[in-house]
Design a protein around this ligand. Structure first.
Ligand code: NAD
Ligand code: UDX
Length: 470
């Protein structure tokens, strides 16, 4: 197979941007153009302030941009001029119509496919980078074949799901556990397309880490991987509730079970709930696919992972309210962290959104501080009505001064290094800490005078007595 020299990526988001930057860095012989329909997004990729925050990303983009990495809104031109097209558009949960609230919305994907069909004048290898329902490649192939005005143009479709996690995207892309490539390996042309993509990754990923599979296995593996990861979090979160009820300590339980090599230690951190744009969306989609295939029991099983996540968020809010003498009306609560995890400014499906709404519904006033999330994003997520009860703070001190309680929503490292003694001094008394990420030194906080609630940890006697108080 002739090595690929021109790549285009449709969708300059959290996946398209970093992934293409990494390909450009590792393959100086390949020209990579990332296109998007959003002019502001492309402008930001071409500026000194990139549209997403991701440790290590700036360096790579600044190194390759203008050499073999380009950002553009000329979608048609980029499609025409390349050999391989990655499609990395968003595939959110459908908001209306059939499968609303469950199925993946493939509007953007289909639009991208129609554009590819309309402007392709030569053979193209199409790479599904977006997370899609199993058998999407089949539908996309039909759209491509039936809409291409030029005779004899061949489209080979591959599935190459992305496993990067936000906050560690560059490290994940640099040394992936594995790269998965699905294609029609049963025929020679399909195998050649797979080989072409293997050729791209082989520039830096060891051959044994590049897995090939049939198309449907690759598509389904992505949904399965996210479902398994989220399932672990819901399982340990379920344990956190039981720990609080029994006096066990969830971190000790997690350590004890994680040392069993069959279970493994990763993704066993109890939290206020998982967030991010992928887990919930992909599980709902997986469950919907199960339903469509007449497997309601399987659908129900996966649904329960999302159900446990919702329970964990509402349990946290209830715990806060009951601890604070069953009323938070008019009380100022400092929310430290708003992003769905540390080292990202992304707020999609962040547990802070649901917890924030829960607290505001009970009359609280929120002072939100996050090192990377802009006030405008918080306003967009929370809505106009809730914003009447929210102050977006520029510093943690501003958020904590005069607060009755502080809740930790994101595990930002800087929260651990704050002067908690000084913080105690500026808060109302009794001063409460609700640690939804288990990152603080709880004994030290108690010694200072705080009343501490830490998820899944033995309950502070003060909290036990507040529980059920009138
Ligand atoms: P995103 O919303 O950040 O980016 C998608 C981009 O596609 C947007 O900038 C949008 O303007 C653009 N777009 C949509 N339709 C287009 C079109 N027809 N032509 C050109 N541009 C178009 O989304 P994301 O987080 O990068 O996710 C992309 C896909 O990757 C999703 O399917 C997601 O499930 C999957 N994924 C995401 C992650 C993650 O960590 N965010 C990880 C793995 C997989
Ligand atoms: C996830 C998958 O990890 C990644 O492979 C896929 O490509 C996209 O979806 P992402 O959502 O970016 O990545 O971050 P991840 O690290 O998986 O965290 C998701 C959520 O789970 C976060 O809210 C995080 O705080 C939470 N989490 C993670 C826990 O609550 N406990 C854990 O032990 C791990």
């Amino acid at each position: 197979t002739r090595p690929i020299t021109t790549i285009c990526c449709i969708g300059a988001g959290y996946v398209g941007g970093p992934t293409m930057a990494m390909i450009a860095k590792k393959c100086p012989q390949i020209s990579v153009t990332v296109v998007d329909i959003s002019q502001p997004r492309i402008d930001a990729w071409n500026s000194s302030e990139l549209p997403i925050y991701e440790p290590g990303l700036d360096e790579i983009v600044f190194e390759c941009r203008g050499k073999n990495l380009f950002f553009s809104t000329d979608v048609e031109g980029a499609i025409r001029d390349c050999e391989m097209i990655f499609v990395s558009v968003n595939t959110p949960t459908k908001k209306t119509g059939l499968g609303k609230g469950k199925a993946a919305d493939l509007t953007y994907w289909e639009l991208a496919a129609r554009t590819i069909a309309a402007c392709s004048e030569s053979d193209k290898i199409i790479v599904e980078k977006s997370t899609v329902p199993v058998r999407t490649a089949e539908a996309i192939e039909k759209v491509l074949q039936r809409n291409c005005p030029h005779d004899g143009v061949r489209f080979d479709i591959l599935s190459n799901p992305e496993f990067l996690a936000e906050g560690t995207a560059i490290v994940d892309l640099d040394a992936p556990d594995r790269v998965l490539i699905g294609g029609k390996i049963e025929n020679a042309k399909g195998q050649a397309a797979v080989d072409a993509l293997v050729g791209v990754y082989s520039n830096w990923v060891p051959k044994e880490n590049i897995l090939t599979a049939n198309l449907w296995s690759a598509e389904l593996s992505k949904l399965a991987a996210n479902a398994f990861l989220a399932q672990r979090i819901s399982s340990i979160n379920a344990m956190s509730a039981l720990c609080e009820a029994t006096g066990a300590d969830v971190q000790q339980v997690s350590h004890a079970i994680g040392t069993d090599t069959r279970i493994g230690s990763k993704f066993l951190n109890a939290s206020v709930g998982f967030g991010g744009s992928c887990f919930q969306k992909d599980i709902l989609n997986l469950a919907y696919i199960c339903e469509c295939h007449g497997l309601p029991e399987v659908a129900e099983y996966w649904h329960s992972v999302v159900g446990m996540n919702d329970y964990q968020k509402s349990r946290f809010v209830k715990r806060m309210i009951s601890a604070m003498f069953n009323t938070i009306s008019g009380k100022k609560i400092s929310m430290l962290g708003y992003a769905f995890k540390k080292d990202t400014g992304d707020t999609r499906e962040s547990p802070a959104i649901d917890v924030g709404h829960g607290l505001i519904e009970d009359g609280a006033k929120l002072n939100i501080y996050d090192p990377k999330v802009a006030a405008a994003q918080i306003a967009l997520d929370m809505g106009e009505e809730a914003m009447k009860s929210i102050t977006c703070c520029k510093t943690h001190t501003e958020s904590l001064t005069g607060a009755h309680a502080v809740c930790i929503m994101t595990e930002w490292d800087e929260f651990k290094t704050y002067d908690w003694e000084a913080i105690y001094g500026v808060m109302q008394k009794p001063a409460f800490v609700f640690d939804g990420r288990l990152i603080l030194d709880h004994q030290k906080l108690k010694d200072i005078g705080f009343i501490v609630y830490a998820l899944g940890k033995p309950l502070d006697p003060f909290l036990c007595s507040a529980e059920g108080a009138p």
